[in-house]
Ligand binder design. Structure first.
Ligand code: BDR
Ligand code: CA
Length: 308
């Protein structure tokens, strides 16, 4: 079993990623850390506790993290996609468990040091917690097994701006800092996640399986799919955060290419863009493995098998 920490801004697809990770026989979740992005960090922490309790995993500890970007102001919540509460406005009972007192970055550092070369960190929200952890303990760069980041759009358009993806947009300086830190990164961006779609037919199957969890996921995803249909005429919704979990379970779901990637922090129209050097003779050594192809049928089938 691979030991993982999952850093979330729970969010509809974050909730599905958590459930997929919890039910996968290949992963051991050491803890979940929270950040801002789709919603505030307080809401992300509450939603994470609620979702874990719903799926019977309330014993997994949840560590609250950063409430704002490293240097910028907090951006608007992603209400159109994730609803006012982050879970498509579907209400769950208030959590009975409380979040941990230890902060997210501290937990990341302590766990990575306790299990050298054994922890895979999966970030599916803003990259602020990881940036803070590396600033406080740079040695974790060589102690972590790998960081799998859901973020970026290297060869395709963005979703938050014409060129930038939402998780990188949430805190471009944090993403830039992490990318330059030397930590081993696999980037699961829109290049591949927009090829892994959940469809209305899948939601219908969930409704027919008629459990509390299947109805919750189907209701939540209706909102997500409506937003996709509205902004991009997409028939379904991207399984962004679940694919990052999938890549840890089975790296052969994707094909990744080593590349030098930098994050634009200019504040201009190209702000938060992930610029990959795809030239034959790049100017700098690769710092990121960028996923550009995905076996979407095999991944979606595996996701559907283990998400609940
Ligand atoms: C990413 O942004 C968030 O809205 C989603 O939860 C996902 O992590 C997709 O760009
Ligand atoms: Ca997310």
């Amino acid at each position: 079993m691979k030991k993982v920490i999952i850093d979330v801004d729970t969010g509809i697809d974050d909730a599905m990623a958590l459930s997929y990770a919890v039910h996968s026989p290949d992963l051991e979740i050491c803890g979940v850390t929270t950040t801002f992005g789709n919603i505030t960090v307080e809401e992300a922490t509450r939603n994470t506790l609620q979702v874990l309790e719903l799926i019977g995993a309330g014993e997994i500890p949840v560590y609250p993290g950063a409430s704002k970007p490293l240097v910028r102001e907090l951006k608007e919540k992603a209400k159109l996609f994730h609803g006012e509460n982050g879970l498509g406005n579907v209400e769950l009972p208030l959590p009975s468990a409380a979040p941990q007192v230890m902060r997210a970055a501290e937990f990341m550092i302590a766990t990575i040091k306790e299990h050298p070369q054994k922890i895979t960190l999966i970030t599916v929200g803003s990259m602020t917690n990881l940036a803070l952890a590396i600033m406080a303990a740079p040695e974790i760069v060589s102690l972590v097994e790998r960081v799998v980041v859901m973020g970026g759009a290297v060869t395709v358009p963005g979703n938050r701006t014409p060129v930038a993806e939402a998780n990188i947009c949430a805190d471009p300086e944090a993403a830039s800092y992490v990318f330059q830190s030397g930590i081993p990164i696999t980037l699961v961006g829109l290049d591949v996640t927009m090829q892994t779609l959940l469809t209305r037919e899948h939601l219908q199957q969930w409704r027919e399986s008629d459990t509390k969890i299947s109805h919750f996921f189907a209701d939540m995803c209706e909102v997500y799919m409506d937003a996709y249909a509205k902004v991009g005429n997409v028939l379904g919704c991207g399984l962004h955060d679940p694919l990052a979990v999938g890549v840890v379970i089975d790296p052969s779901f994707v094909t990744a290419y080593p590349m030098h990637v930098q994050v634009d922090t200019s504040g201009s129209a190209s702000d938060a863009r992930t610029i990959g050097d795809r030239r034959e003779q790049p100017a700098s050594a690769p710092n990121v493995d960028v996923c550009l192809e995905v076996d979407h049928e095999r991944f979606v089938e595996h996701f559907l098998k283990y998400v609940m």
